[in-house]
Design a protein around this ligand. Structure first.
Ligand SMILES: *Cc1c(COP(=O)(O)O)cnc(C)c1O
Length: 370
């Protein structure tokens, strides 16, 4: 039997092969590989898609987050509150600008930061909150924006896994001061290489990001700040324009696949299935179950033997990462993140996963558990 991968990028490419090939060839023959017109077209379309007035592209989701912090002048002595249950990049950029990440625990049901705990973590040094819309499920942005407003804090949304996701009908990346997106190939809007973007409704922030990503320069060879070289390649922009035009359909397919999984797996004891608590806005970048009553890693190995891939995002919460030992967190400090990092298992999820494959996955899980 053919192995079921966690994501099948080649299968997705087949769907857009002709369009994508043509767009890439056009860039190649145009000779404009850096900042060509296609990059600006993509930026405009991406801003429209997210219902914001500006979008600035860059080289990765990590850079998008870093640029956002820099544009707000967050640095030495500042604190930024974020979720412990996320990819390292979210914490890494806070540290890289010289600020201190303050990690808070999550809600078990949505895997997202717990609003009440965010408020409790605010100090005089707090400058910003960085909510992470994990797995494509939006954070409760009513609660989060309310806290930010009352305490005068900036909000930088980590939308790396959530292009097109909504909270109560509104797109993520349009709530806070800035939204930061990743186009890493396995993200729900992924290029054929690295890429990222920052969205904002604030023209001054958009200008700052544009300056910082081009060596701190507005006028050529005149440098206002120490910036970086962080650009989205024209070839990637051309591919992303095509993928963006399919994104709503692909997100719909993911939604249907998630519903089918919920139906297929509902009677298996010892598994908790993911829910959409965002008002139908989940885009299911991951379909992540919690294995409560068995050894998750063993289950994963058994699935592997049946040619079914699965992934663990993430086995170690950030507050317990070796690199953050200096921050002084201890085992037990963020109990839900710690427990859930041992339970989560992301099943294969991509827009053209077939129903036969889904049935095979569900059957295998039933066989192994019941
Ligand atoms: C992927 C990811 C990033 C980083 O994006 P890159 O494009 O890989 O740099 C940041 N935050 C989260 C939550 C991610 O999943």
């Amino acid at each position: 039997m053919k192995k079921i991968p966690p994501v099948d990028l080649a299968r997705q490419y087949k769907e857009i092969e002709q369009e994508a090939n043509q767009a890439v060839l056009e860039v190649l023959s145009s000779g404009r590989y850096i900042n060509g017109p296609v990059v600006f077209q993509f930026e405009e379309e991406f801003a429209d898609y997210n219902n914001v007035s500006h979008s600035v592209s860059c080289a990765s989701g990590t850079d998008a987050l870093y640029l956002a912090l820099r544009a707000l002048n967050i640095g030495d002595g500042d604190e930024v509150i974020t979720s412990s249950f996320t990819f390292i990049a979210t914490g890494e950029v806070i540290t890289r600008v010289g600020a201190t990440p303050i990690f808070v625990d999550i809600e078990a049901e949505t895997f997202n930061c717990d609003c009440a705990l965010i408020e409790a973590a605010i100090t005089e040094r707090t400058k910003a909150i960085m909510p992470v819309h994990l797995y494509g499920h939006a954070v409760d942005m009513d609660c989060l924006m309310d806290i930010a407003k009352r305490h005068g804090l900036y909000v930088i949304e980590d939308c790396a896994q959530a292009t097109g996701a909504r909270w109560q009908g509104q797109r993520v990346g349009s709530f806070g001061d800035m939204g930061c997106f990743s186009f890493f190939p396995t993200k729900n809007l992924g290029g054929c290489g690295d890429g990222g973007a920052v969205t904002t409704n604030n023209i001054d922030l958009a200008k700052s990001i544009r300056m910082l990503k081009e060596h701190g320069s507005i006028e050529r060879y005149r440098h206002e700040e120490i910036g970086l070289n962080s650009r989205l390649d024209a070839i990637q922009a051309a591919i992303l324009r095509i993928k963006l035009s399919h994104l709503d359909q692909w997100n719909e397919n993911r939604r249907a696949i998630a519903q089918a999984y919920n139906h297929l797996l509902e009677h298996i004891p010892g598994l908790s299935l993911p829910q959409d608590k965002s008002g139908q806005g989940h885009i299911w970048n991951q379909y992540t179950i919690r294995v409560d009553k068995f050894d998750r890693d063993q289950l994963r190995e058994e699935l592997e033997k049946k040619d079914i891939s699965s992934m663990v995002y993430y086995p170690i919460p950030l507050h317990l990462q070796p690199v953050y030992q200096n921050l002084g967190y201890r085992l037990g400090d963020l109990p839900i993140s710690e427990k859930i990092s041992k339970q989560v298992l992301s099943l294969p999820m991509f827009p053209n996963l077939s129903s036969e494959e889904q049935e095979r996955i569900a059957y295998a899980l039933k066989e192994l558990i019941v």
